[in-house]
Write a protein that binds this ligand. Sequence first.
Ligand code: HPA
Length: 278
Amino acid sequence: MGEYFTRDDFQRAAEVIARRTSLKPKVGMILGSGLGQLAQAIETPVRIPYGEIPGWPTSTVEGHVGSLVVGTLEGQAVAVLQGRVHYYEGYTMAQIGLPIRTLQMAGVGTFIITNAAGGVNPEFHPGEVMLITDHLNLIGMAGLSPLRGPNDDRLGPRFPDMSRAYNRELMALARETARAQGILLREGVYVCLAGPAFETPADLRFLRMAGADAVGMSTVPEVVAAHHAGSRVLGFSGISNKANLDGTTVTTHEEVLAAGKEIAPKLERLVRGVLRGL
Ligand code: HPA
């Protein structure tokens, strides 16, 4: 495999999944830092370590298990990425997009993508969940896109529209579920940075001025790849810490993982409600 993957690579990876399970997943899910617990709820699970799928990158970060779990949840056939890889780990954007492409080849047309994020909106508190209504693609503006390289028109257009990257019907379903379950669901704009260093107070003031509500180091490249090929996308950020706009507190990965314990059960109820409504 060269710098970029081709449709044949996606197909080969999808065939490995098809060989391991007769279930054809329709919904793909990515579980972010400390949020992997939902994978335990999958019924009749078939677990495939990322290392067994050709070309798939393996996660090196604590809190990211690194297996694909295929099974059912709320009667839907799902494929769950328990853990993801990030640009800062040294992977290319093409590698970050590969799991999305593989699942699309396997028949997935809907993605629920989650992450742990810092709350840039001063009204957001650790432990809350934010519905991602739009994103600020700073990592893309810096030239890092999973769509860089030759475009395969069978997947999607060279210049894909991103005005509706997050699907409106799915957002409505998420709001409805949150209301029915009594879960406070924040809404806002997620900004993706390359990391791995957390932001300085000046970075954070800049991001807030630019319209960001939550900040993290993932999700946007995956959403771009998913939307490019016509998949429906729903995104949630678990607010794991208050971003430090005035320099009075510090941010640690331990605190991100600890907040995940509070966020994961809420996220599970939201995701179950959305799956029931599909
Ligand atoms: N900044 C960037 N990424 C993050 C944060 C943060 O504060 N929290 C969790 N992921």
